[in-house]
Design a protein around this ligand. Sequence first.
Ligand code: ADP
Ligand code: MG
Length: 713
Amino acid sequence: MMTPDTLVVDTYRLKPAQVKALAKLKILTLKDLLYHFPNRHEVPALERKINELKEVPKDRRASEKVSVYGIVLSTKISKAFRKKIPLAEMTIEDETGKLKAVWFHQVYLVKPFAPGRAVKLTGVVSKRKDEIYLSNPQIEAVDELGGGTLFKPNEANEAFEAQNFLLPIYPESRGVSSAWFEYRIKQLIASGILELITDPIPPEILKKYNLPSLKTALVWLHAPQTEDQVKVARKRLAFEEIFFIQLARQSLRKKYQEHSSFKIKVTDELLKDFISRFPFTLTGAQEQTIKQILEDFTKGEPMMRLLEGDVGSGKTAVAAVTAFAVVKSGGLSVAYMVPTEILARQHFESFIQYFRHLNINIGLITGGECRKFPSKIEVSGHTHISRAQLLKWVANGDIPILIGTHTLIQKTVKFKNLAYVIIDEQHRFGVEQRAKLASRHERLPHLLSMTATPIPRTLALTVYGDLDLSLLDESPIGRKPIITEIIPESERAKSYEKIRTEIKIGRQAFVICPRIDEPDLLKELAVEAKSAKTEAERLQTKIFPEFEVGLVHSKLLPKDKEQVMADFTTGKIDILVATSVVEVGVNVPNATMIIIEGAERFGLAQLHQLRGRVLRSSHQAYCFIFSDKKSGKALERLRALGQAKSGFELAEIDLKLRGSGALAGGKQWGISDIGMEALQNLKMVEAARAEAKIIIATNPNFALPDQKMIHFE
Ligand code: ADP
Ligand code: MG
């Protein structure tokens, strides 16, 4: 018997290519098939007699598809206009008249149809000088002499029109067409399989928000009669997705907070003294956030907090102050996890600056090396130590602050009383890693996730549904807003001159390229993106021979990477050519200019991050954007980058620009296109969140269905 869990391969006789295509679309079961939603719907083509075409009103001609059956009278292939576009013409005839059709560029479509053949043409009606014709219609051979479909009687047409289904257009993959999906899904629905699917949303909630049942929603999406039905169905499925993400997050939060945590208290005096050594005064937002965190620390249950702060807003200082509070409480440890080795070393250095007067040991662990501060021999510096030694000292509490990459969460790393986990640039880490870190300990550490990816509020509420939110929405005083310009190729030399002037007065520059190597010309003709290696060479020899140009990318050995970064930090290197390895967190305050090549290849958030690299001092910063794209969506996105004043504003623009169409953006958050639609609707997200909270609080055993959308990274 067919059930929603039956595999598609057990239900249909499929060609290997189809099996592959379905697998690629992640369609394994019949339920997956039912959850394969159309991208859009079209008004189906209406079958018309030739003499009826004149009656299609002008304002509906472009939108209303028609199908016409006829016998081919003549075909002609030629070149159109002076432009020499290949042109094919065909004239067909039915019992009511003659009709012309024309095709540009696609003459091969017409070639197989000799005069005398019966065809069906489907397309929209055009009119020129009183003559009705079809332009670039689809063409199909049909049975001679009607074969049932040719010269259909008008009654049948009327019946079809009365039923008036909108035609679903499905995302396709090589081997399975939209028509295949339409046919199979309609057949499935007709088989009654929807009766076997339980609606995962409790009926009270459906009623409260006036949402259709799952069954109705599925029918309305696959075989709607009106656009309204589609809208309501999508709304219901969007709600469903967001609701279950919320449930999963709220349940994670509940599990986390059922554990106890470490109570941390530090005197105001100690804190003031620590902060007074900073070379700057904290912003109000930093103070506020520190206060929130310290308050969470006193509650005895583990903190789960997200710190969202634009690039350069000073998150590291918040991390340092709060880490200080933890180590001062005695016998407790802090883990500080970051996404790249460069960043780990940089934070290690910053922490040494913050903590050096305190006689506190700080460790660094990455895939490649381990270090400890201070060194026994030279107390003001750090020293390399073996991994085993480091792990021992971390385990016995001699090193209470450990900074590192994701190696930090490996099982072999044992902390003495891990009380505080800081995760920097946390969008790189999945929820699962968050959970994993948590689940290893009896008493759970306080958790602070930090991110500079400003995301729309609705998205934050959803993907970080388990976290409390702190915002650093105030940039340190004295920072000038960055000047961002999209530079046409003809102005390239001018930008280089600007950079030359700035370097001469002591500033430095980044040049970001989308690739490391020159593309393998034989293999990838398609990729023309600038490569970091050749660009570095070109800049050094042809443009800036008087300056020092450096190169850093992910394929360098860690020690070489470090050398380059050190040379850039100390000013030995004036211009650093890099791939997006410098994207997150890298802090060289004297670098005030950034050139981004092939900018259309980066996402908006990523571009914003990159730009943040030069927003770290009181000097005027510049971002010069080069792009191969001269128009269209890509350029529109880049323009937004120039206009948006903050990352938060940019995030909202991004959401609007991407709209609800085929967006790639949702995938990185584990949200489908339909789910992304919900994110344009704050009320809906808040409702889903509120309901999930109630359920988790009142019915902890509420079963999370194995929705296919609840997969994260
Ligand atoms: P992000 O939030 O991007 O991680 P960082 O913590 O790296 O930012 O800080 C960026 C720079 O700003 C650093 O050089 C830091 O020393 C400096 N900074 C942090 N807070 C302040 C402040 N309140 N006033 C001035 N400079 C600050
Ligand atoms: Mg940072």
